[in-house]
Ligand binder design. Structure first.
Ligand code: CU
Length: 591
């Protein structure tokens, strides 16, 4: 196979755009955001693309709010026309020269999906990371048709953090977000101001990272047409072009100063492992991570030695030191993560050579920074950041309810395998049917599946204010970023497992597997919790061959919420389930 592909677009040609800021306090907390069709140019040398966007832009405006100051948004669905994305499944996974078809533009012989082409703009907005009442959380089935409005109240009773808002329509979230329906939402608070962190331009820069693909005309030239392409072997779309704030491989001119980069992976499916290169060599020491999904860490963290891993929906708050660099110095942010991502390591020192179409990573570039003349300023990084949370006490967790979820891969006739999940409950020795047996040292627990599909009866009823431990068992060969709506959680452990699934072990509901808490001899993953994951998270990567445990405590709002894999192609095909938070005093009345 040809190890590299020539890029059909010039990298670092466009300046990094910064989305328009919509500061809620300047409008008394009352915002109106139209959801509109529009046109957007993803690259200097591309024609305009038809998109759907909040306020008609890609990304949407960045909404900025203050902790404790509620924001009301009137979401006005003014979409007209149909989905501006051609959706297709190519007939073959690779072209005649062996290059995966997802690494190249165009439809690769696929025919446009007529059902997707008929989508006419039903929308629903979810604020990811928001501590939001259930009625405003964007339940995937509560749709707003074109011509209708939704007025959602966001109390903002939560810590400063980078959140994002995006479309969440049942079964087609992957198309709405891909069409452009995503924007950032920043909450600010006093603690961040005490620390003197950069706020606003020029030194605070949000980076919304996505991947996109485009069509080809009859002469083989790129059109701006957005293309969502999958193949017979891979159900997720892994487009070849990385787009930051709406531009393919942009360039940001920086002063020799400390910048605060607020990074979000807003891809449908691709995980990034970011490495900062200068003259081909990694310079990760320039990066200090101060925050994660739900805001500040307790102490600053170094980026892991292989690079900063962000799966879909994960965020990182970074201080990057460009001081001491000569004007004209260039640093390039690259991605070393293969797709689909399985957690496999890749040394940062080899990042320069990460391009590999066979790993569905034809172009590792993400963006470039170029240092311009200016006064050199370096931010002193405080040693203590957040002071408002600690890990839950072991005795609290010892008595906490435990919930168990298996992530499974189901084989389907004539279709790619379906990645989905099963909610499990323990069964006694009397149980004779299919079961998942988990052996942890001396202790063996048997489970049966009680829910497989989104529409199956709800089985999770967490009580407000009480910690719970959720155990996620990954029986697939991919990493899944599992996202829980409402409150954040803390990652307790990742433990390696060995497992066996008999033939036809994963049926619709019946599931049979034998799981042992010990490392498989062929397993090369660390199964560690990185320092930058020891914060308040709302999305956790569950790697192949591991059980991840998290401690979650829901607060404040009772109601019906969702948890799901944030690979949108998985979420849309049932890797999503409801849960209902309840006040304690109502529990005796639950039948
Ligand atoms: Cu998944």
């Amino acid at each position: 196979m040809n190890p590299t592909l020539a890029a059909p677009l010039a990298p670092f040609a466009d300046a990094l755009p910064v989305p328009r800021r919509l500061v809620a306090a300047r409008q008394d907390g009352q915002l109106t955001v139209p959801i509109r069709a529009g046109a957007h140019r993803f690259h200097r040398d591309l024609p305009e693309s038809a998109i759907w966007g909040y306020d008609g832009t890609v990304p949407g405006p960045t909404i900025e709010a203050e902790r404790g100051q509620p924001v009301v948004v009137q979401w006005r669905n003014q979409l007209d026309g149909t989905l501006p994305v051609v959706v297709t499944t190519a007939p073959e996974a690779a072209d005649t020269s062996g290059v995966p078809v997802q690494c190249v533009p165009g439809l690769s012989g696929g025919t446009p999906d007529q059902n997707a082409a008929a989508l006419a703009g039903h929308a629903v907005v979810h604020l990811h990371g928001g501590l939001t009442p259930a009625s405003y959380d964007g339940w995937a089935e509560n749709l707003v048709a074109p011509g209708q409005d939704a007025v959602f109240g966001y109390p903002m009773g939560q810590r400063a953090a980078l959140l994002w808002y995006h479309d969440h329509v049942m079964g087609v979230t992957r198309f709405g977000v891909y069409a452009g329906l995503a924007g950032l939402w920043i909450i600010r608070d006093q603690r961040e101001r005490e620390l003197g962190l950069p706020e606003g331009p020029p030194f605070e820069v949000p980076l919304l990272i996505q991947d996109r693909n485009f069509g080809l005309d009859e002469d083989g030239r790129l059109t701006g047409q957005l293309v969502h392409k999958t193949d017979p072997e891979v159900m997720e779309a892994f487009p070849p072009f990385t787009v930051v704030n709406g531009k393919v491989w942009p360039l940001l001119q920086v002063q020799p100063a400390t910048y605060r980069l607020r990074v979000l992976n807003g891809c449908n499916a691709r995980t990034y492992r970011l490495v900062l290169l200068r003259d081909g060599a990694p310079e990760l020491h320039r990066i200090t991570q101060i925050g994660t999904d739900h805001g500040l860490l307790r102490t600053p963290a170094r980026v892991p030695p292989d690079g900063l891993v962000l799966a879909s929906a994960e965020r990182a708050d970074l201080l990057v030191d460009f001081s001491g660099l000569e004007p004209g110095s260039e640093l390039t942010l690259v991605n070393t993560a293969a797709a689909p991502f399985d957690g496999a390591p890749f040394p940062a020192a080899s990042a320069q050579g990460a391009a590999d179409p066979g790993r569905m990573l034809p172009y590792p570039h993400v963006m470039r920074f170029r240092v311009v003349p200016g006064p050199a300023t370096r931010q002193t990084i405080p040693r203590e950041l957040a002071t408002d949370y600690r890990p839950p006490e072991p005795d609290v967790l010892a008595g906490a309810p435990r919930r168990t979820i298996a992530l499974v891969e189901r084989e389907l006739n004539g279709q790619p395998n379906m990645l989905t999940m099963r909610e499990l409950v323990t069964v006694g020795d009397y149980h004779t049917g299919p079961a998942v047996t988990v052996t942890d040292g001396e202790q063996t627990t048997r489970y049966r599946a009680v829910a497989a599909h989104f529409e199956d009866a709800t089985t999770f009823f967490p009580v407000l204010g009480r910690y719970e431990v959720w155990q996620l068992i990954n029986l697939t060969s991919d990493t899944h970023p599992i996202h829980i709506h409402l409150d954040p959680f803390q990652v307790l452990s990742r433990r390696p497992i060995r497992y066996e699934i008999p033939e036809h072990g994963i049926e619709d509901r019946a599931i049979t597997a034998t799981v042992t808490l010990e490392r498989d001899p062929g397993d090369e993953l660390g199964h560690t919790i990185d320092d930058n994951e020891r914060g308040l998270k709302d999305t956790v990567r569950v790697n192949p061959g591991e059980i991840a445990e998290i401690a979650v405590r829901f607060t404040t709002y009772a109601g019906r919420y969702m948890y799901h894999c944030h690979i949108l192609e998985h979420e849309d095909r049932d890797m999503m389930r409801p849960f209902v938070t309840m006040p304690a005093e109502l529990m005796p009345f639950m039948a």
